[in-house]
Design a protein around this ligand. Structure first.
Ligand SMILES: Nc1ncnc2c1ncn2[C@@H]1O[C@H](COP(=O)(O)OP(=O)(O)OP(=O)(O)O)[C@@H](O)[C@H]1O
Length: 361
């Protein structure tokens, strides 16, 4: 058997290290500044998502032809796939201003009433993480979306009165990573729902070439393909990896990016050929090397890599599952044959399987 007893190298994966993960699809401070410059400005520049793009194009063109405000739009999909970008494109195509806020920022119905009552006619209101809005705000939103009206409650207890407030027609663009968590009455009030898929490597190559052009970075086709393959189907990650590879190329290769430079740079940043980083490999390594590929309980696996259960379950596992490297089964976590191949290890013989299944939750 080709697995040693030393266990995986988990290094010191502190909270800060997790916050700074290059392959995290969420935005960090540096992203927000650069992302503004890299955002496609219209539907033609927006790469991929053919279906959503085509359907949205029709919705917007029809609204423009009628001289009306566009229907409310719900965009669902994982972080970093372009929901905010698309909402800005909707506003640009409708030649309307946009207001950006998020569900967690709206704790009270009054917060929402203040925003809604200050909208201009035709304005686009982008509500990120709409599934995290408070219940009273959500109920106020139902009426606002349907009738362009809200009832503002003045006073408390039996003396409270509802003052109706007319709103100008506006377009709500709601974004959510969890469409299934939205209550049906809210979901039903959107005229158009677009589901954003992960991007194919060739689409990410186009994103990378476009961003490289805007950042004035020289990159060849093979270099872009190398970065695309490690970007987990996510434009935000592709752009972030491109920036790190650019740093490396500036210091080591007069700024030019080709396949070797991209691969060498991403080796330094510990992002492997499939887009796994140190945490992902630590989890997979423990599962294979310490537990013979499982099944092993989540808590045991988390202790083995020196992480919280939640970190393993919510940060590392989703991508490993998506990549077909790890399966969550009722008996615990199990590595797939692809996991053994990816780490260059040989699975234990069938006969040695007796030791498996001994590791509890
Ligand atoms: N289809 C695309 N074509 C080109 N660039 C894209 C595309 N989608 C996203 N990007 C780029 O990826 C970055 C992240 O996109 P965006 O902020 O729109 O994602 P998001 O889905 O709103 O993420 P979150 O849910 O975390 O807010 C932006 O810099 C944007 O320029």
């Amino acid at each position: 058997m080709n697995w040693d007893e030393t266990g995986p190298d988990t290094g010191d994966l502190t909270d800060e290290a997790l916050d700074d993960r290059l392959v995290d699809a969420g935005a960090d401070g540096e992203d927000t500044a650069v992302e503004a410059a890299l955002r496609p400005k219209d539907l033609h520049e927006f790469v991929g998502q053919e279906k959503v793009r085509e359907q949205l194009d029709l919705v917007l063109k029809a609204a423009r032809a009628r001289g009306a405000t566009a229907d409310h739009v719900l965009l669902s999909g994982a972080p970093g796939l372009g929901k905010t970008t698309l909402s800005m494109i909707i506003a640009a195509e409708m030649e309307a201003p946009i207001r950006i806020t998020s569900g967690p920022a709206i704790q009270h119905a009054g917060d929402l009433a203040a925003i809604l009552s200050s909208l201009q006619e035709g304005e686009v209101l982008f509500l990120d993480e709409i599934h995290r809005m408070s219940r009273p705000a959500e109920e106020m939103l139902y009426m606002a979306m349907e009738d362009f009206r809200v009832d503002v409650i003045v006073g408390k207890g039996p003396g409270a009165t509802a003052i109706p407030l007319e709103l100008p027609p506006f377009t709500l663009v709601g974004a959510t990573t969890r469409a299934g968590l939205l209550p049906p009455p809210l979901r039903d009030r959107f005229g158009f729902t677009g589901h954003m898929e992960f991007y194919a490597p060739t689409e990410l190559e186009r994103v990378i070439h476009r961003s490289a052009g805007l950042l004035d970075v020289a990159i060849d086709t093979a270099g872009a393909a190398e970065i695309a393959g490690r970007s987990r189907g996510t434009p935000r990650i592709a752009n972030r990896l491109l920036r790190r590879v650019r740093d490396y190329a500036q210091v080591k290769a007069e700024g030019r990016i080709d396949r070797d430079i991209a691969a060498a740079a991403l080796r330094v940043y510990e992002v492997d050929a499939r887009g796994l980083d140190r945490l992902d490999r630590a989890v997979l390594g423990a599962l294979l090397k310490l537990f013979g590929g499982g099944p092993v309980g989540l808590s045991t696996l988390a202790v083995a890599v020196g992480e919280e259960r939640e970190t393993v379950e919510e940060v590392a596992e989703p991508f490993l599952v998506r990549e077909g490297l790890l399966a969550r089964t009722p008996r615990g976590r199990v590595a797939t044959p692809a996991a053994w191949a990816h780490l260059g290890l040989v699975p234990p013989q069938q006969g040695a399987k007796g030791q498996q299944g001994l590791f509890g939750a």
